[in-house]
Structures are given as C-alpha cells and as structure tokens.
Write a protein that binds this ligand. Structure first.
Ligand SMILES: Cc1cc2nc3c(=O)[nH]c(=O)nc-3n(C[C@H](O)[C@H](O)[C@H](O)COP(=O)(O)OP(=O)(O)OC[C@H]3O[C@@H](n4cnc5c(N)ncnc54)[C@H](O)[C@@H]3O)c2cc1C
Length: 447
C-alpha cells in the first residue's frame, strides 16, 4: 500500500495565494498548521505554504501517541495545554480522528529504570498529571494475556492517541475555516529582507509580502535557515513504522518496552515500531554537528544505526545545495514529500515480537509499513524562539520525535510569540541561542 499522503495525492489546498499577509507560515505539518490555526483564530491574516502536501512528512507518519508521560520538564506545561486542545478540537473536526484516551504505559526493563520512572512520576504529579508507577501485578492486570518479564511500568491514564494522517489534514481544514489560507505544492525558497528585517517570503509562486514568518519546516528547517544565515544543529533520523491487519482487541493502551512499541488503531489493527531505534544517514551536517550530539551518543550508544549516505535530494544528502538563489528552483522543489523506505527487516521482526507479547493475536500480518525522518536536536527539545539576527523570523522546529502530541500547544505558543504576546510559559530551554552561547548540551529530563 502506498503511504496515504504522497506526491501523487490530490492537492486539497490551492490557495489562491494573496499578495501579502500578517504572517506567513512555512511548513504544513502539525506545528505549522496549528500555528496558522491560532493566528487565524486571533484575527490575523495568515498564509501557510507547504512544498508538498499538508502532513505529508512526519505529521502523518508518527505513532499517534499524545502523551504527557515522559516529557522534558520544560515541555510538560505546554503538553498539558495541548492535551486540552486535542479534546476541544476533535469534536470540531469534519473527520473522526480516532482520539481515544487509552493511556500510555512504559514497561520497565529493570529496577534502575523503575527508579527513573519513579522520579518522573513524582515530578509529573507535582504538575497535576495523573502519572503513577505500576507494580508487575498491576501491569499484568492492565494488559491481560501479555507475556513479558517487566518488573513494572510508568502509567498515565489520561494520555491519548489519534490517527495522524486523519488528524493533521482535518486540523488544516479547520484552520482554513478559521480564515487561514493554505497553499500546497508551493515551496518557500528564501526570505525577502528589506532594511535589515523580514519583508516577505519568496515562494516558487512568487513573492508574498509579510513582516512575520514562522519557520516550521521539520526536517528541512536547517537547510532553509542556513541559507538565511541562521545555524541550527538539527539532524534527521529515519524511523520505521508498520500497521498490522485487523487483529483481536488485546490492548487499548499505547505501550512500549525496550524492544517494541504498539497502539491500537481506528481501523482495528495495531501500529508497531521498534522502541528507541532509528537510523542516521551520515552527511555533511552530521559531521558538522557531531560534537553537539556526543552527549546523546554516550547516553544511548546503540540507539542510532549509521547509514553511509542519504538518498539524493534529502536535506543532508552530500549533493544537496546549501546555497541557492531565490529566482530559481531550490532543494525544496526536488522532493515534495520525504518518503523514506522503511527498514523492512526490522518491521518483519516486530510481527513476531508483537505475537510474543500477545499470543492471543495469532498470526500478525502487516497492512502497511513506512518511515519518517524525525527532525532531532542535540538536547532532544525544539527551538521555539525569535531569530534575533533576522527580525520578523520565528522558528518552531526540531520537535525531536514528540511534536505530534504537543503540536496544538506549540502552535498556540508560537502564535503568541508572533503577535508579541506573552506565550504564558518559560521558553528559555527552547531558545535558539543555546547552541551558540557556550551552554553545555543539557539532555534534560525526558524518558
Ligand atoms: C516514525 C515517527 C514516530 C513518531 N511518533 C510520535 C508520537 O507518537 N507522538 C508524538 O508526539 N510525536 C511523534 N513523532 C514526532 C512528530 O511526528 C513530529 O515531531 C511532528 O510531526 C513534527 O511536526 P512539524 O510540523 O514540526 O514537522 P513536519 O510534520 O515534518 O512538517 C514540516 C513540513 O514542512 C514542509 N516544508 C519544509 N520546508 C519547506 C519549504 N521550504 N517550503 C514549504 N514547505 C516546507 C515539509 O514538506 C513538511 O510537510 C514521530 C515521528 C516519526 C517520524
């Protein structure tokens, strides 16, 4: 089955693109879509340009977990807000996005992990989140028929799941209903600068005048920003996912242990993935940023498999242009929808692994398998900040593998940054300058 959102998908949003807007958002993933939604709701004129299709990249390819559990302490308050938005927004959408409060469970591998779960639970409870530690007996009680030697688990009953490839396109339609203009198949090539500040965005369809731009380009953000003189040490890693055929309903909880992560799908199957495993195509950016990633590599030396080079046209491929002129097609017009091939050997092993955990499912067959390029940062938290050297530019990127759930909250925060309002949270940890002001890389407190 081809991935449902691809380069051949019909264009749902064709503009027309106006000449100017209060704000232009670059990127039609969950972060860009939700930023556009909140800006439009606040009465701003906003145009979102997407080089391919809304939610064609990470925002449709993820596991669909909407979780407070395990978040970095600085992200948690925004995620708590985001969870509220998911509940409020779902009934307003024109599609059932499969939003279910099934809870999220991290199955521990040993006592040391239980101890780290305990300290996260203590912190979360202080923030009003219902996270608790479960004993082995309590785990087996919640996962009837499951087989595993877990000593216990971390459990958040209020966490949710949804179907990403239904949810984000539906949120985009809601943003349009609020007044946002979305233009698909329209790459932003560069910023138009006048008198030292942003005056517009040069797109492949022409100049769009604005004094505020939000860069929410996911895996492509580093490339775009680099051409504007803004450096971020963002890299992308390939993460593979599979969806099974319909199976008996053995578990409504989104759960994972050291080997496998799974969650029930709206179509009666399960989404499966290898927990904590991803692949990095080594390119020039990876070499340049290596030192900043050493703390991550030391903490988890086997979590990242290195692959020699990215396919042609990928953001960090050896042949991808780093500098280009705005009057001709740039790298964003080469690949409209980043659609990496999944690691099928790994996906096939997950079938057996899932049947081992839940023998009652019988034979597990895959309906589909795909991969996404996760845009990650050295300290596993995003940049959500104004770019001081480029007045008018706000950056919201590097969600580091957990931006789907928090997207509606990040979008609200970014919309307030753009409008010059107090975003309501301490964003110090997400500042752009942390990579250039001599700060040490802080891996923070996510699990
Ligand atoms: C396999 C996988 C599993 C994951 N699981 C989860 C999960 O369970 N829960 C969770 O919370 N998160 C999860 N994530 C992470 C989550 O999907 C991402 O953090 C989130 O979708 C990022 O959204 P985004 O809008 O920043 O980027 P994206 O969704 O990648 O969107 C960026 C968009 O910008 C467009 N773009 C880029 N450059 C330009 C340009 N110059 N002009 C116009 N358009 C441009 C791209 O085409 C793209 O559509 C997972 C990710 C993957 C890949």
């Amino acid at each position: 089955m081809p991935f449902p959102i691809n380069e051949a998908s019909p264009i749902e949003h064709s503009g027309p693109m106006p000449d100017s807007a209060d704000c232009v958002v670059i990127g039609g993933g969950v972060v860009g879509v939700m930023t556009a939604y909140w800006l439009a709701r606040a009465g701003q004129s906003v145009v979102l340009v997407e080089k391919g299709r809304v939610a064609g990249e990470q925002s449709s390819r993820n596991w669909g977990w909407i979780r407070c559990q395990g978040r970095d302490p600085a992200e948690l308050p925004i995620m708590i807000e985001a969870a509220r938005h998911w509940r409020d927004l779902a009934p307003q959408l024109d599609t059932d996005i499969g939003l279910v409060q099934g809870g999220v469970m991290y199955l521990a591998k040993n006592a040391a992990q239980m101890a780290s779960y305990q300290s996260w639970a203590d912190f979360a409870q202080g923030q009003g989140v219902d996270t608790v530690l479960l004993s082995r007996a309590a785990v087996l009680n919640r996962l009837p028929g499951a087989v595993g030697d877990w000593p216990g688990a971390l459990w958040t009953a209020s966490d949710m799941r949804a179907e990403p490839w239904l949810a984000v396109p539906a949120l985009a339609r809601l943003a349009v209903k609020m007044g946002a203009v979305i233009v698909e198949n329209c790459a932003a090539r560069s910023l138009d600068m006048q008198a030292g500040r942003v005056a517009g965005v040069v797109t492949e369809a022409g100049l769009l005048r604005t004094s505020n731009v939000v860069m929410a380009g996911g895996a492509w953000s580093r490339l775009f920003l680099g051409n504007c003189g803004v450096q971020i040490p963002q890299l992308s890693v390939r993460a593979s996912v599979a969806a099974t055929e319909a199976l008996p309903d053995v578990c409504q909880i989104a759960a994972g242990d050291a080997k496998i992560a799974f969650r029930r799908r709206l179509d009666g199957g399960y989404t499966l993935a290898a927990e904590g495993f991803h692949e990095l195509f080594v390119g020039p950016d990876a070499f340049k940023s290596l030192a900043k990633y050493l703390p991550q590599l030391k903490r988890d030396p086997f979590g990242t498999r290195l692959l020699p080079m990215a396919p042609k046209g990928y953001p960090d491929a050896w042949g991808t242009s780093r500098r280009w002129q705005a009057d001709r097609p740039g790298p964003f017009e080469v690949i409209r929808v980043l659609n990496p091939a999944p690691n099928m050997a790994k996906m096939n092993r997950l079938r057996a692994q899932f049947a081992k955990v839940f023998p009652a499912v019988g034979e597990v067959r895959l309906r589909a398998a795909w991969a996404g390029m996760i845009d990650t940062m050295p300290d596993l938290v995003p940049v959500v900040d104004h770019a001081e050297t480029v007045p008018g530019l706000t950056i919201a990127t590097g969600m580091s593998g957990h931006g789907f759930g928090i997207g509606p909250g990040v979008g609200r925060v970014v919309s307030d940054l753009v409008m010059g309002n107090d975003p309501g949270f301490d964003l110090t940890r997400f500042r752009l300058g942390r990579f250039s002001d001599g700060s040490a890389i802080d891996l923070g407190g996510d699990l």
